[in-house]
Design a protein around this ligand. Structure first.
Ligand SMILES: C[S@@+](CC[C@H](N)C(=O)[O-])C[C@H]1O[C@@H](n2cnc3c(N)ncnc32)[C@H](O)[C@@H]1O
Length: 324
């Protein structure tokens, strides 16, 4: 009898513990949701004009944003200093890799480099993909803004536009294939609206495109390998390289700007996943070239970095072009 009572009490206290756990879990979820909402509101607040923000001195400090995929909001603000008219990487890319070609830009962020490549070299098509839908939204906005600015350039005033670090569009000297009215001349001499050439889509490149029939002449992967490596480990990196190889036409070009191993260190703690992969990664960036040539099957490699100048501090990275 006494034992039965003890058992019942034990059972009751166990189920109590369980429901307490449930409540705590639910509360944690609610708090997390609230925090998320606050964070989103804080972000929106940050977009408002300065005066409005100053009007409320009691406003809480903005929640620190994290960018676990390198999906920085103002990436080109760090990358391109104000005195530069264009991203210095554009100077080492070869026209023949892009003019009249179908291109893919993996990890396009806010699309500035993608738009510039299309405008400067006259791709037949270029698709920018990014894991972060907000960055894809930014890219679409930049494209509209770029075309709008070009359309407003005075007729006869042969001007091309460039999107600077802050996303602001500036006029610059006429370039070989860009036209003044938001159009670009593709390799075949055909004039196309930039909207028909450039497109952006949200995509996690590591997890998609297994059955994709599209093929490309040129694929770019600029400052993205570290993020894929830290988030999906060595397997993710090999998946990235093999998919790129499969998606390229014979003779196609893969342009890669890998971040050096020492730069992994400072981002390893952005999430538990990245910390874990940082500990277990075996393939280091200094091995990528060998992997791409000996294991993946690229035929040749060219180092473009020797002619690269004017790069901001911390972004003086190697840029390699592999041919399939
Ligand atoms: C540091 S930015 C580089 C932007 C651009 N490629 C450049 O160099 O100008 C890295 C970008 O890769 C994207 N990214 C990371 N992992 C990705 C994945 N698995 N699939 C697609 N995009 C990814 C991030 O969202 C981020 O916008």
């Amino acid at each position: 009898m006494g034992q039965d009572l003890k058992k019942k009490r034990k059972k009751r206290s166990r189920s109590k513990e369980k429901s307490v756990e449930l409540v705590v879990a639910n509360e944690a979820k609610q708090i997390q949701q609230q925090e998320q909402e606050k964070g989103e509101i804080a972000n929106e607040e940050n977009q408002k004009p300065k005066q409005q923000q100053q009007g409320n001195p009691k406003k809480k400090k903005k929640k620190q944003e994290s960018f676990p995929f390198g999906n920085y909001k103002n990436y080109y603000g760090y990358r391109i200093s104000n005195d530069m008219d264009e991203d210095p990487r554009l100077k080492v890319l070869k026209k023949e890799w892009f003019q009249g070609k179908d291109c893919l830009d993996i990890g396009c962020n806010s699309g500035i480099m993608t738009i510039h490549i299309a405008n400067k070299f006259g791709c037949r098509s270029i698709l920018g993909v990014d894991i972060d839908s907000s960055r894809v939204g930014d890219a679409q906005w930049h494209l509209r803004n770029f075309v709008r600015k070009q359309n407003h350039a005075k007729p006869g005033e042969k001007k091309s536009t460039s999107v600077a670090a802050d996303g602001v569009v500036h006029g610059s000297e006429e370039q070989s294939v860009s036209l003044s009215n938001g159009e670009a001349k593709t390799g075949s001499g055909e004039t196309k609206d930039l909207f028909q050439i450039v497109s952006f889509q949200k995509e996690n490149f590591v997890h998609t495109r297994n059955l994709d029939e599209n093929r490309y002449d040129t694929i770019l992967c600029l400052s993205v390998t570290k993020w894929i490596h830290l988030n999906w480990g060595d397997d993710g990196l090999i998946t990235l390289f093999s998919k790129i190889w499969r998606l390229l036409n014979p003779g196609g070009i893969f342009v890669m700007e890998p971040q050096p191993w020492k730069s992994y260190e400072k981002n390893r703690r952005v999430s538990e996943t990245t910390a874990m992969h940082h500990r277990t990664i075996v393939l280091r960036p200094e091995h990528f070239q060998e992997i791409l040539l000996d294991k993946i099957g690229f035929r040749t490699v060219e180092d473009l970095t020797s002619s690269l100048s004017g790069v901001s501090k911390g972004f003086d990275r190697q840029i390699l072009a592999f041919q399939k």
